[in-house]
Design a protein around this ligand. Structure first.
Ligand code: ATP
Length: 254
């Protein structure tokens, strides 16, 4: 279509080898603005490696990754990373900086000073009391730290949010609450999100689109509804069977 804007994110025949190991094997796909893509698969299937080719924590052995139509290797990596929010397990907050300083880090690196009230707004966005702005990460619970991580990732108003097992280390209740919050934020802020998880239930509940990886390849690309209706192929259905069996076992208890 002439004049149509390119997809927000595109993988064009991306592969990544580590010696004999093929972590990512010839992946091509596009992510449109507004999608919430859950990237799911067994341990070692290549999810994190594929995600990290986007913010250049991993360089592909072959192929290219395009953000808003431009090759991510076109400019310096730090400038690229300022356009991509990144939330990962353990989050990597700076312990010598307060919550407010951690959140303001990305805008400050770009020479911007967040306007008065912005930090409080961001804290409220992730359901944290703005009074926490002056605390240090050591004085927060794991779930609170993870919320600060989400606020920090959103502080630069990035067009793309990447999350790598963001809720992996949290207890189930906190995990569900934060998952729901992120889902609402995604919708309210009009974000485009790609989230790695090994948990199919989480992928089905949060994603608008679920990609299943196996042996470095994308073996299913379907909506949660399609997967729940039995689509997506054998690998996808083996993953869908897990939460289904749990739901059945719970129902049997009642
Ligand atoms: N830096 C590395 N050096 C060597 N091999 C690597 C490296 N990073 C990943 N691999 C290998 O590439 C494959 C894919 O790893 P990756 O971390 O992408 O999988 P994953 O699906 O994210 O797994 P998990 O769910 O366990 O995090 C694995 O076989 C892994 O051992």
């Amino acid at each position: 279509m002439p004049g149509a804007s390119p997809p927000l994110l595109q993988f064009d025949r991306v592969s990544r080898h580590y010696g004999e190991v093929t972590a990512v094997d010839d992946v091509s796909l596009s992510v449109e603005r507004g999608e919430f893509v859950a990237l799911v698969g067994a341990s070692g299937s290549g999810k994190s490696t594929l995600l990290k080719t986007v913010n250049r924590l991993v360089e592909p052995t072959a192929g290219r990754v395009l953000l808003e139509g431009a090759d991510v290797t076109d400019g310096p990596a730090p400038a690229l990373r300022h356009r991509i929010g990144y939330v990962f397990q353990g989050i990597g907050l700076f312990t010598h900086m307060s919550v407010a300083q951690n959140i303001a880090l990305v805008p400050r690196l770009e020479g911007r000073h967040p306007p008065e009230g912005r930090i409080a707004d961001l804290l409220q966005l992730v359901d944290l009391d703005p009074a926490m702005a002056g605390r240090y990460p050591d004085a927060l619970s794991g779930g609170q730290r993870q919320r600060v991580g989400v606020a920090r990732a959103l502080a630069g108003e990035p067009p793309l949010l990447l999350m790598d097992e963001p809720f992996g280390a949290l207890d189930p209740v906190t995990r569900d609450a934060l998952g729901e919050r992120v889902k609402r934020l995604h919708a309210e802020l009009g974000l485009t999100t790609v989230m790695v998880t090994h948990d199919m239930a989480e992928a089905l509940l949060l994603g608008t689109r679920v990609l299943v990886m196996d042996g470095g390849r994308i073996v299913a690309d379907a909506t949660p509804r399609e997967l729940l209706a039995g689509g997506g192929g054998d690998v996808a259905q083996a993953l869908v069977a897990v939460p289904r069996a749990q739901a059945r076992a719970l129902a049997d208890l009642t």
